[in-house]
Ligand binder design. Structure first.
Ligand SMILES: Nc1nc2c(ncn2[C@@H]2O[C@H](COP(=O)(O)OP(=O)(O)OP(=O)(O)O)[C@@H](O)[C@H]2O)c(=O)[nH]1
Ligand SMILES: [Mg+2]
Length: 206
C-alpha cells in the first residue's frame, strides 16, 4: 500500500536476517477497530517486508463491512499482519496486527496466544470500539498501551481527557501517534516495552 507522507521503507528491506546479537524475541499484537491504522503501523516500523493478508474491499462488502471514516480505504486485513523490529541489539519484537472488522475477530484469540503485550490503536471518531478491544485484552491478561492515531479530520482531545473517556487506569500509558511515521510507531513500541519492564519489576507480570 502506498501512503502519502509515509516513511515506510519501499522495496526489499535491508535487514532480512536477524541480527546475530539478538538474544530475546517478544511477541506483540497491534489491535484496534476497523481502519485505525494497524496494517500501516506494522508496515511503517517493520525492518523486514511485512506480511499482510489484505483483501480488496468490494461492493459485496457494502452493508457488511464497516467503512466509517475511511471512505478512501480500499483494502482490509482478513487474517493478520506480520512484521519484525529490533528494538535494541539484543531485543527483537515480532509484530502481529489483527483484522479490524468484527466478523474476523474470532481470529484474535489465536493471535493473542503467547503475546507479551499489545498496542491498542484508537481513532477518536470511534472511541466506543476501543472498549471491546481493551476488554478482550483484559480478559486474556495481556498488558497494553494506548496510542491515538491522529487522523486530520478526527477531533483532538487532551490526552488526559481521553484517558478519562476510555476509563484507563492511571498507570496505563496513552499517547498520540502517527502510524505512518516509523519514528512515531517505534516510540509507541518503546513505551510498551518500558511499561512491560516496569510491570515485570513490580512483579505484576506472571
Ligand atoms: N491521514 C491519516 N491516514 C492514515 C493514518 N493511518 C492510516 N491512515 C490511512 O487510513 C487507512 C486505514 O489504514 P490501515 O492501516 O489499513 O488500517 P487497519 O487498522 O489495518 O484496517 P483493517 O485491517 O481494515 O481493520 C489507510 O488508507 C491509511 O492510508 C494517519 O495517521 N493519518
Ligand atoms: Mg489492517
Amino acid at each position: 500500500m502506498d501512503f502519502n507522507g509515509s516513511d515506510t521503507i519501499p522495496g526489499p528491506r535491508t535487514e532480512d536476517h536477524l541480527p546475530h546479537t539478538a538474544q530475546s524475541a517478544v511477541k506483540i499484537v497491534i489491535v484496534g477497530g476497523f481502519g485505525v491504522g494497524k496494517t500501516t503501523m506494522v508496515g511503517s516500523v517493520s525492518e523486514i517486508r511485512p506480511l499482510t493478508t489484505e483483501e480488496t474491499m468490494t461492493q459485496a462488502g457494502i452493508g457488511v463491512d464497516d467503512n466509517y471514516g475511511s471512505e478512501s480505504k480500499t483494502a482490509t486485513t482478513v487474517a493478520m499482519d506480520f512484521g519484525r523490529i529490533s528494538i535494541t541489539d539484543k531485543l527483537v519484537l515480532y509484530l502481529f496486527g489483527t483484522p479490524g472488522q468484527e466478523r474476523f475477530w474470532f481470529l484474535w484469540n489465536g493471535l493473542f496466544e503467547g503475546a507479551l503485550g499489545a498496542v491498542v490503536l484508537v481513532d477518536t471518531r470511534r472511541l466506543e470500539v476501543s472498549f471491546d478491544v481493551m476488554g478482550r485484552l483484559e480478559e486474556r491478561g495481556v498488558p497494553f498501551v494506548v496510542a491515538v492515531n491522529s487522523f486530520p479530520d478526527a477531533p483532538r482531545y487532551p490526552i488526559e481527557e481521553l484517558r478519562t473517556a476510555l476509563d484507563l487506569a492511571p498507570e496505563i500509558p496513552i499517547m498520540d501517534c502517527d502510524v505512518r511515521r516509523r519514528a512515531s510507531s517505534k516510540e509507541v513500541l518503546m513505551t510498551l516495552m518500558r511499561f512491560l519492564h516496569s510491570l515485570a519489576l513490580s512483579g505484576a507480570l506472571t
